[in-house]
Write a protein that binds this ligand. Structure first.
Ligand code: URA
Length: 274
């Protein structure tokens, strides 16, 4: 593989270049100059160990003490405190951006918080930003997001609709992209749930939709979207409907039938609560 030109790269460009190499299948880091490993000097023979001094000849040394353990920080408690202090959406955004407990933040280009109409009756909670979302700083803008827009468009709703009754508001459990789009860990989710709960309080939607297993785990404390989807749950005082994630629907188009049934179910619930 051709090597990168010798330029000064900032952190994000270097990370993007490395991701690109990994996507191309690179598995080893190699230098610009080839190394003939056969011509390398043979390993030097091991030196005979120095004769051991008799125990009685050795000066007495104090038994080394283990270094003091670093105090562990309770990031969930810090997140709860920061989230509770947010008085409005600007305050919440600032609190999320300032939160340093989650390692995912270090590898992300953007903190992706939300999109859509904050006065919407429906709040959609997804998993985490992917590559497109990380680049654009908005949730659900890639292929899965386009399908999400079509799904809600089919029942006359959308993120750009000014009328709150037909509008949706979109966020994710995690505001930072996990590397290689892996699932967020339970610890990473636990740190961000206090911000999500505060987000729900501030937006105050009528209904919440959970897209896929990750938000089900974070909000309902359980996974198993095939069983959970289509049924109503209640958390944080809100009716909650789990649905298949649009990325799953892209891979399994036959499941769009169930997704359609869930959208009609959502529409009926909205009418019922008008
Ligand atoms: N998948 C999600 O769950 N959220 C996004 O923002 C994008 C893809």
């Amino acid at each position: 593989m051709e090597s990168a030109p010798q330029t000064e790269l900032d952190w994000h460009s270097a990370k993007a270049l490395l991701d690109w190499y990994v996507e191309l299948g690179a598995v080893d880091a190699v230098g610009d100059t080839p190394v003939d490993r056969y011509a390398l000097a043979p390993p030097t023979p091991k030196q005979a160990p120095a004769p051991k001094a008799a125990a009685q000849d050795l000066p007495k040394r104090a038994t080394p003490k283990a270094p003091p353990a670093a105090p562990s920080i309770d990031y969930v408690a810090l997140a709860k405190q920061a989230a509770a202090g947010a008085q409005d959406m600007d305050g919440l955004k600032a609190a999320i951006k300032a939160f340093d407990g989650c390692e995912l933040k270090k590898g992300a280009r953007n903190t992706v918080i939300s999109d859509g109409n904050p006065a919407a009756r429906v709040m959609i909670i997804g998993e985490a930003p992917g590559r497109d979302e990380d680049r654009e700083g908005k949730p659900f803008v890639g292929r899965a997001g386009q399908l999400l827009d079509k799904m809600f468009g089919a029942i006359g709703m959308g993120r750009d609709v000014p009328l709150s009754k037909d509008a949706v508001y979109i966020t994710n459990v995690m505001p930072w992209r996990p590397p290689q789009n892996r699932d967020p860990s339970p610890e990473e989710m636990a740190m961000m749930v206090p911000f999500l709960e505060r987000h729900v309080q501030l937006v105050a939607p009528d209904l919440i939709v959970l897209m896929g297993n990750t938000p089900c785990q974070a909000v309902l404390g359980k996974r198993g979207i095939t069983r959970l989807r289509g049924g109503w749950h209640e958390v944080w005082g809100k009716p909650i409907l789990p649905m298949f994630h649009p990325a799953y629907l892209l891979r399994n188009p036959a499941a769009k039938r169930e997704a359609w049934a869930d959208l009609l179910n959502l529409q009926a619930k909205l009418k019922e609560r008008e």
